[in-house]
Design a binder for this molecule. Structure first.
Ligand code: NDP
Length: 492
């Protein structure tokens, strides 16, 4: 059992109340480390440190070019330690080592990209309509950013916030999920090593229920960037509204993977499997509803079930494992409850539907890959985010009906489309209410392309050029080029 510490003002500290939280390995079900359980006083200490760093000379006087260099150095350190960080994530959240390694090896790209962008934020000279005035704009950072992240891709989702926030010149207080704190704290050491001034990045570990409100509503927090469930996101949004703070919210989804009659069925099967069984379904972009054209419904389902049956469950630390445990015991219960709800609603289970009991599941928190057919679009299982390996298959008869069903949820994070007809692909992509549409592929993301949700799936965009704007505010500067000030009682 290891004791880990949090990062505050460049120092590694315990919670001031002396309390700890255990962190569990989802494959063994055993606690393996303790992390500080921060209280509101720790939040205040971290936010004050971030504010001091924000106004202090060590960060403020760095040129954007120098800030960019720090971010690129950080990217190099992540590349160096990628495998170590991946192993920590797997031990802490139970996700596959193959997936976490791929994520960690790709993650430096965000630091290189936003490091490169740091000195390309340019203001504008406005061709102002007053002949004796010169007017231009500066894009400035907001101040202290509170970053709150979930457990499913802990470092990558934090990176989507930290890289643009720091590139823009903000400082950060980051609260990782209570279920995936260890990798965040290990990552914190790399900021130090890269040479970021103390207090620019601070990490508070603990429970959202203990410290979330104190962090979001802290008067020195200027912006909140949150990834998590939509209920928590709504609560965070309401709390941020009290202080009129801008927010970025990346929330959940109930994404439709639409398989048209003209699709390449073998590829579509792989796309459906990747959509729902990769990451054990614990991903915001899970393609948890497969909308299948009625003409190919039965043959598609047969192929899908046959393919999904071959998935290797087991120890997520083994590179050959394809489906690992779910991250928490509470999540296991939630998924099994949803399976009961689906059955009670009349859906027909054609695969799985039970906890994982194969010998290779050990004592871990597993759910068998599960597929339900005869699902109606209005059933709870087709409307609510399960966040587990549970797929609903819903038939449709034509494109209009597919779009109607796909859009008939409160979410709008992503959608998949499988067709050989590019005209149909473009037409349907336009009509789908989703922040990302994948055609003949699924689960692709990049530092170059904006990511975010429509409807209850979120506000704002991460990655790509637009992301840095989420962490900037525009100032308009007026300079008189004339002589005397005209009539002071009349607005100019
Ligand atoms: P939660 O919403 O439960 O938690 C997210 C974060 O919010 C955690 O750090 C949590 O802390 C914190 N939190 C909890 N309560 C509060 C509060 N009152 N105030 C402030 N912060 C709080 O999500 P999960 O961790 O369970 O992650 C799963 C969810 O995240 C899914 O719904 C998924 O769809 C969504 N998600 C969205 C993504 C996207 O980009 N759109 C990407 C990945 C996931 P603690 O852990 O201590 O409770």
């Amino acid at each position: 059992m290891q004791d880990l510490q949090m990062l505050c003002d460049g120092r590694w500290v315990n919670a001031q109340n002396g309390e700890w939280l255990e962190t569990f390995n989802p494959y063994t079900g055993a606690a393996w480390a303790r992390v500080p359980r921060a209280g509101v006083e720790d939040v205040d200490r971290a936010v004050q440190a971030a504010r001091r760093a924000y106004v202090g000379p060590a960060w403020r006087n760095l040129t954007p070019t120098a800030r960019g260099a720090l971010l690129r150095r950080l990217g190099d350190l992540v590349a160096r330690d990628a495998d170590e960080l991946a192993e920590l994530e797997t031990r802490d959240n139970g996700k596959l080592i193959s997936e976490m390694r791929a994520q960690m090896r790709y993650m430096p790209q965000w630091y290189y990209y936003f490091g490169g962008l740091a000195d390309k934020v340019e203001g504008r000279v406005i061709p102002i309509d007053k002949p004796d005035c010169f007017n231009f704009t500066w894009d400035e950072p907001l101040g202290v950013v509170a970053a709150i992240t979930p457990w499913n891709s802990p470092l990558l989702l934090a990176t989507w916030k930290l890289a643009p926030a720091l590139a823009a010149g903000n400082t950060v207080v980051w609260k990782p999920s209570e279920h995936s704190t260890a990798s965040a704290l290990a990552f914190g050491r790399l900021f130090e090593e890269a040479g970021f001034p103390p207090g620019v990045v601070n990490i508070v570990s603990g429970l959202g229920s203990d410290i979330g409100e104190a962090l979001v509503t802290h008067p020195d927090v200027a912006k909140v960037a949150f990834t998590g469930g939509d209920q928590t996101g709504q609560h965070v949004y309401e709390m941020a509204a009290r202080g009129i703070k801008p927010v970025t919210l990346e929330l959940g989804g109930k994404s439709a993977n639409i398989i048209c009659a003209d699709a390449d069925l073998d590829n579509a099967v792989k796309g459906a499997v990747s959509g729902i069984f990769a990451a054990t379904g614990q991903t915001c972009i899970a393609g948890s509803r497969a909308l299948v054209h009625r003409d190919i419904h039965d043959s598609f389902v047969d192929k899908l079930v046959a393919f999904a049956r071959t998935a290797r469950m087991g120890d997520p630390a083994l590179p050959e494992t394809q489906i690992g445990p779910v991250t928490t015991q509470a999540q296991l219960k939630k998924i099994l409850d949803y399976i009961d709800i689906a059955r009670a609603g009349g859906a027909r289970c054609v695969l799985g539907g039970t906890p994982g009991s194969r010998p290779e599941c050990g004592r871990g928190w597993f759910v068998e890959p599960t597929i339900f057919c005869d699902v109606r679009p209005d059933m709870r299982i087709a409307q609510e985010e399960v966040f587990g390996p549970v797929l609903c298959v819903i038939p449709f008869d034509n494109d209009d009906e597919a779009v109607r069903i796909a859009n008939d949820t409160r979410y709008g994070l992503a959608a998949g489309l499988w067709t050989r007809d590019m005209g149909r692909a473009l037409n349907l992509s336009r009509r789908l209410e989703a922040g990302t549409v994948w055609v003949n592929t699924y689960r692709a993301t990049s530092f170059l392309s904006p990511f975010g949700g429509y409807k209850r799936s979120g506000i704002g965009r991460e990655s790509g050029l637009s992301a840095i704007r989420e962490y900037l505010q525009e100032k308009s500067v007026w300079i008189s080029t004339g002589g005397d000030v005209p009539n002071p009682f009349v607005m100019r």
